[in-house]
Structure formats: C-alpha cells, structure tokens
Design a protein around this ligand. Structure first.
Ligand code: FAD
Ligand code: SF4
Length: 580
C-alpha cells in the first residue's frame, strides 16, 4: 500500500484465488449447511478449516509439506487473496523493549537489530490505519498504542478481571484489530461472531478490506491472482532481476522483471522461495537461511464453568470476540526473575455461551435432567489459555527443501524439523500453574472430558476456524512423506484454547505464529536481513513477514510484522530515491 501511495508501480502476485468479502462471506447457521458444518467426508482432510471457511484455507493436496520422522508440525496456512488475515484472531500487541533486547538481558540467542524506539513510529502508523480496540494500561511489558475504544467485558470476563485483581495481577481487554467505531471508511463491528469465516463488512482488519482497496485506488497496483511464484531470478550484477511464476490453472511459466522484489508469501513460504532460488539458498552467506525457526509455545490451559453464571439468561457472548489478557508476569525484572526458565508468556481468559454446546457430549446423564444441565451450563462456559509463550530460537529447528516431494506445480516442498526444548516446556508448565490459579480464584469448576469436544466454539476462541464445531481445527499434522496433510486436528488450536478440564499438554507446535528462518542481524555474518528486512547481500531484495524475528517475544507477532513491513517500505522508497 505504502509503495503504491508513493507513486511506485507495484505488481502483486498471489498464488490463490481472488476474494471479495461482500460476495464470498455469508452468515450461515449450521443447519443451513449440507453437512451441518462438518464438511463432506474427506473434504476437510483435503482442505483445512470447516465447512464454513475451507475456501479461505489451503488445499493440502496441492500444497503438501513434510516433517522429520517422528515429529508433528501443524502449519496453519491460507492460499487466497488476503491470506490468513481473512481468518486470523486479530490480537494485536506491541512487543516491548525487553523483548527486542532479550539476549542482552539473559544471555541467550541474539538481540534484534532494532529497539522499541526504532519501531514505535511504525506501530503507531499501523495501528492508526488498521484500528485496534484496546485500553491503555501503562505497563512496561505491554506497551500502549494508538487505540480505539474497547468492547465491553462480558460477565465471565468481568469475573476473571476481578480474580486477577485479587491475585495482584495486571489484566486488560484483549487488543484486537476489530473496529468499535467507523474508522478509515470501514464500519464498526456488528458482533455477528463470524470473524473466522471472513468478515463481509471489513470491520476486522484483513488486507482485502483495508490495505488492498487503498492501494488499488491509487491506480499503481496490479494484482494477479492464481499466480504461484516459483523462484527469484538474479542478474549478473547481484541484483534480483524479477521472479518466475506459474499460472495456477494453465501451468504456464511466466517471467516478470522488477526494480525491487519483495517476498511476502508468509514466513516459511518466503524461506522456501529463497531456498528454491539458488543452490544453498539465496543471499545465504551467513548460512542461517531456514534456521532458528520458532513458533510460540502453546497448549495446556484450563476450561470448565463459572458456577456464578450457571442457569443465567442466554447472551450474545460469541458475537463479541474479545476476552481479557494477562500480560507477562515473569522475567520482567529482578523481582519477577525465574531461576528455572527464561523469557515469558501472556495469558487470555474468556467465557460465556457459544453457538454449539460442544461440552454436552462429555456431560454424564440423559433425558430432561441432562438437557437442563446442558442448558444451565451453556451460558457459564469459561477458559484460560496461553496467548503467546516465547519459544527459544535454536539452530536445529529448521526448514529445508524436501528432495523427493513436490507440490501440484512440481515445486519442491518444505521439510520441517521442529522440536521444543526444556525451557519451552518449563515455561508452559509455569503457565499451566498460573492458569489453574486464575481459574480457581474466579471460582471456576473444571470439567473432565470437556476438552475432547473442547471449547472451539467459545467466544474469543480466535484460532478456531469455526466457532461452533468441535472438530474445526487447524490444518492437519505435518504431512508424512509425500502425502497430503492428515486432516484437521481434533480439538482447539493453540489460540483456540485448552481441550478441557485441566488440559493435557497439547502437542507443542500447532503453528500459527511461525517466525524466524531468515533472521535480521546487525552483522551480515550472523543473519540474512538487515534491520529494514532487506537481505544483507542483495540490495533490491526485501523479505516481509515473520522471517526477520531473531526471537519470538511473548506477543502475537503480526502487528510487529506489519510495522516491520511499513519500516521496510520507507527504506525501499529512500533507496529508490537514491537510485540504489
Ligand atoms: C487461526 C489463526 C489465528 C491467528 N491469530 C493471530 C492473532 O490473533 N494475532 C497475530 O498476531 N497473529 C495471528 N495469526 C498469525 C497471522 O495470521 C500471521 O502472522 C499473518 O497472517 C502473516 O501474514 P503474512 O502476510 O506473512 O502471511 P499470510 O497471511 O499467510 O499470507 C501469505 C500470502 O501469500 C500467498 N502465497 C503463499 N505462497 C505463495 C507463492 N509461492 N506465490 C504467490 N503467493 C503466495 C498466500 O496465498 C497468502 O495470500 C493467526 C494465524 C492463524 C492461522
Ligand atoms: S463479529 Fe464483527 S469483525 Fe467479526 S465478522 Fe462480524 S462484523 Fe466482522
């Protein structure tokens, strides 16, 4: 958007189909769907998501990936115009200065090549444009920004807020890129609760509702959908000449040239393209391309009921997807320093009724007494989940090209090598302890077995592709060699929350916050990108997304990705002015 507004001619190549929110997104009840939301048998194995939203997810058969033997990696992807911004959970938090300087503080890993002061003006700019509903709290570990009014708390959230106060913990409204008032020609949210299936009015931020219309209006942007970029082409002067793409349906190969090339196909796809573009990887003198892959630590949590709310009236809890956030409590200063693990995590809590009482199947009993019990508990559901837990960057977590498996267009796919370390597990264990403490203080009653049909449908169960379905999970587990993804995961995603009761430890790495693999570094020997997300080695090649992150921090990553992209665009414009 920034480039086309500055007068540059921009060509955007998108591998997936075009999307028009008003045409493609509808409000449907489960009973209106052919398969009551569960999808045609086999269909949701091939695609991810649910019957309501699989069109904005990805065709796993066309786009497989593989994982190292014995490991599972669930990679949440979208292949259509707008990508995952069409169904993301909209949580938009700024990283704090202590996260950018984590290595200097605890000696592990590498600091970012920027500080909070460098990125602050870009956080301001992004928030001003996208619209983030939030409350200012003045907490150093959770920097405030340019905010729209908050959505009011529902009853369960008010109970959790009071519990936090009792415990002496800070808490605030979840910070969401979801409009509470008219903003930049986009209407406020009407609380239909359809976000994960696509917002027809553009009240939640997505690129198709916010950035692309503005960019297209300049007349400087051309969007070519169904165009699968296969590699970057170089010229003899060590500059990117352009890219080669394959037309999705005709399989025709097309070369396009450009003065500047920006990879913005999502973190791991960007890295795949750089691996595909040169032996040993493009711009990879540092040898770091593909390495230091991270996600955020997820899993665990608590779910059940708040007895105070049992038997209450039905409310529109699932129309409002907020929840509360408990900012990081550990390793912020000397007082909160832990001896057993480094870094921190953020918790969320919410509750109330959902479209589908998925806990009912686990509730013992039968007949009218059972139905009354379901009805009584339906409005009292509650849960605490981890929003983002910092996962450590380790070189041995990496992606490479699979030597055998190719996608539908004959392009080698990624093979992902991804495991967790003791620190990740200890951090999750500490979260679990604190989640149970909060749930107990709120008077919560856990329900064993609730999780199997876990609270995917909860309001504020943002990671869940469908708010009403027990099975509507993320794309399946990492593909075993050469096969399509093994189908939607059962239970909720990391952001979809715990699986019920005091939850079992979920498989770490239900990835939706994947970052790293082309980290930024002050020194070209230690990373791929400079602080503007431009490759150290190729002066006209930029990489936008989560690639640059040398560490994950404990915040949701996308606001930082957007701020980095805005900063990178400013740099590119300066470069263009200087004709470099
Ligand atoms: C369920 C879910 C919930 C989430 N919730 C949050 C949240 O609350 N807060 C948060 O900060 N983050 C959240 N995330 C993460 C967030 O969605 C991503 O960080 C963000 O979308 C990344 O943006 P991106 O543009 O880099 O990638 P994407 O949104 O994945 O977009 C990549 C685009 O590139 C296209 N593409 C891919 N390969 C090619 C190719 N070879 N050629 C051409 N085009 C290509 C894709 O079709 C797509 O349009 C969530 C993710 C998921 C899955
Ligand atoms: S709840 Fe609001 S943001 Fe979500 S789909 Fe409905 S109108 Fe859009």
């Amino acid at each position: 958007m920034a480039l086309s507004q500055a007068g540059m001619k921009v060509l955007m190549l998108e591998a997936g189909s075009p999307i028009k929110p008003a045409r493609d997104f509808h409000h449907t009840f489960l009973y209106q769907l052919d398969y009551r939301g569960r999808g045609k048998p086999g269909l949701l194995r091939r695609y991810s998501g649910s019957e309501r939203n699989y069109r904005i997810m990805i065709d796993n058969e066309e786009n497989p990936y593989t994982t190292s033997p014995g490991t599972v990696y669930r990679w949440g992807r979208s292949r259509c115009l707008g990508g995952r911004s069409l169904h993301w959970a909209r949580a938009s938090d700024r990283m704090a200065d202590y996260e950018f300087k984590a290595a200097s503080r605890d000696g592990y890993g590498m600091d970012w090549a920027i500080s909070y002061a460098d990125i602050k003006p870009y956080y301001d700019r992004v928030e001003r444009f996208i619209g983030v509903s939030a409350a200012a709290e003045g907490l150093p570990q959770f920097p405030d920004g340019v905010f729209l009014p908050v959505m009011p708390l529902n009853c369960a959230e008010a109970i959790f807020t009071a519990a936090c106060k009792d415990l002496g913990w800070p808490s605030t409204h979840r910070r969401l890129a979801q409009l509470t008032q008219m903003h930049n020609n986009r209407p406020p949210c009407h609380y239909c609760g359809n976000c994960v299936n696509g917002c027809d009015v553009g009240a939640m931020f997505s690129t198709v509702s916010a950035t692309l219309p503005v960019a297209l209006k300049t007349g400087n942007l051309e969007v070519r959908t169904d165009s699968v970029v296969a590699r970057v082409r170089m010229n003899s002067e060590n500059r990117a000449q352009g890219v080669t793409y394959i037309e999705r349906y005709t399989m025709k190969t097309v070369d396009v040239d450009a003065k500047y090339v920006i990879l913005a196909a999502s973190t791991l796809e960007n890295t795949r393209l750089m691996l595909l573009s040169a032996k040993g990887g493009l711009a990879n003198g540092s040898g770091t391309l593909g390495h230091y892959m991270m996600d955020q630590v997820g899993g665990g949590g608590v779910s059940g009921f708040l007895p105070k709310l049992k038997g209450g009236p039905s409310r529109l809890d699932d129309g409002k997807s907020a929840g509360i956030t408990v900012p990081n409590l550990v390793n912020i200063d000397k007082k909160t320093a832990r001896k057993d693990f480094i870094r921190g995590y953020v918790m969320n809590a919410t509750g109330g009724q959902s479209e589908f009482p998925s806990f009912a199947a686990g509730l013992p009993g039968y007949g009218s007494a059972w139905k009354n019990e379901v009805k009584s508990r339906y409005v009292a559901q509650a849960r605490v989940w981890i929003a983002g837990g910092e996962m450590l960057a380790r070189k041995e977590n990496f992606v490479e090209l699979d030597p055998e498996v190719k996608d539908h267009w004959g392009i080698p796919v990624l093979k992902i090598h991804f495991t967790h370390c003791d620190n990740d597990r200890k951090l999750l264990a500490h979260f679990q302890e604190k989640a149970e403490e909060l749930f107990k203080r709120a008077g919560g009653e856990t329900m064993a077995g609730m999780g199997h049909h876990g609270p995917v449908g909860f309001p504020g169960a943002p990671g869940s592709p469908d708010k009403s379905l027990p099975d509507a999970g993320l794309p399946g587990e990492g593909v075993r060699r050469g096969t399509a993804a093994s189908g939607p995961s059962r239970g909720a995603s990391k952001e979809g929350g715990p699986r019920g009761g005091v939850s079992r430890k979920d498989t770490l790495g239900s990835s939706i916050h994947e970052v790293g693999t082309a980290r930024m570094s002050a020194n070209p020997q230690e990373g791929m990108l400079n602080s503007f997300c431009r490759t150290h080695e190729i002066p006209n090649l930029y990489v936008f997304g989560g690639n640059a992150f040398p560490s994950t921090g404990d915040k949701h990553p996308t606001l930082t990705m957007m701020a980095l992209a805005a900063r990178g665009c400013d740099h590119l414009l300066e470069q263009a002015k200087a004709k470099t």
